[in-house]
Design a protein around this ligand. Structure first.
Ligand SMILES: NC(=O)c1ccc[n+]([C@@H]2O[C@H](COP(=O)([O-])OP(=O)(O)OC[C@H]3O[C@@H](n4cnc5c(N)ncnc54)[C@H](OP(=O)(O)O)[C@@H]3O)[C@@H](O)[C@H]2O)c1
Length: 159
């Protein structure tokens, strides 16, 4: 079990615009699906609101102080990060921290690895950015090229 941050960023660290992703790359969505399927995905209430349905074949954990959800398969809503981190020792699957910015910030001390897709764009009017220095203390371990000039970088926390 590992706690892994997964994100796609533009050249300036932008990740969101008007409540959604500022781009649509099928190849990155496919990559995200490959990485996270059969694992746990933790997201903030705003990122949850941007999805049309729960991510299939994954446990969707939504973090919110107030959101009340009707019971549904593969979705749970928790109130604070500690509730999620206290599950970690009992899980066999990985926990993917899938955003948005406030969730990355909340889980930063717990994240052991990052998977970062670098998007070759500079998004105008982006309104959500990665916290500065989120890769401080991490070392690059691998690089993978996807189609459409996307590059995925894998990082691990230095001991
Ligand atoms: N490029 C990417 O890879 C990527 C990935 C994910 C998201 N995004 C984008 O990022 C944007 C959303 O990011 P965001 O930062 O605005 O919102 P977010 O992190 O998705 O959600 C924020 C909400 O999560 C809840 N929350 C956050 N920290 C919490 C804590 N410690 N305890 C309890 N609840 C907590 C709060 O919900 P309540 O207000 O209900 O309490 C908060 O308002 C969207 O544009 C989305 O498309 C991009």
């Amino acid at each position: 079990m590992a706690i892994i941050g997964i994100v796609a960023v533009d050249r300036r660290g932008a990740i969101g615009k008007a409540g959604g992703l500022p781009w649509h790359y099928k190849v990155d969505l496919r990559f995200f699906k490959e990485q996270t399927t059969d694992h746990v995905c933790v997201m903030g209430r705003r990122t949850w609101a941007s999805l049309s349905a729960p991510l299939p074949n994954r446990l969707n954990i939504i973090l919110s102080h107030h959101l009340m959800l009707e019971p549904q398969a593969s979705v749970i809503c928790l109130r604070n990060a500690l509730e999620i981190l206290s599950l970690a020792p009992y899980l066999v699957s990985d926990i993917f921290i899938i955003g948005g910015a406030s969730i990355y910030r909340t889980f930063f001390p717990a994240i052991e690895r990052w998977i970062v897709t670098e998007v070759p764009l500079t998004v105008e009017d982006a309104d959500t950015f990665m916290p500065a220095g989120y890769l401080d203390g991490f070392a690059l371990t691998a690089t993978q090229e996807l189609a459409d000039a996307l590059v995925v970088k894998f990082y691990a926390r230095m001991k």
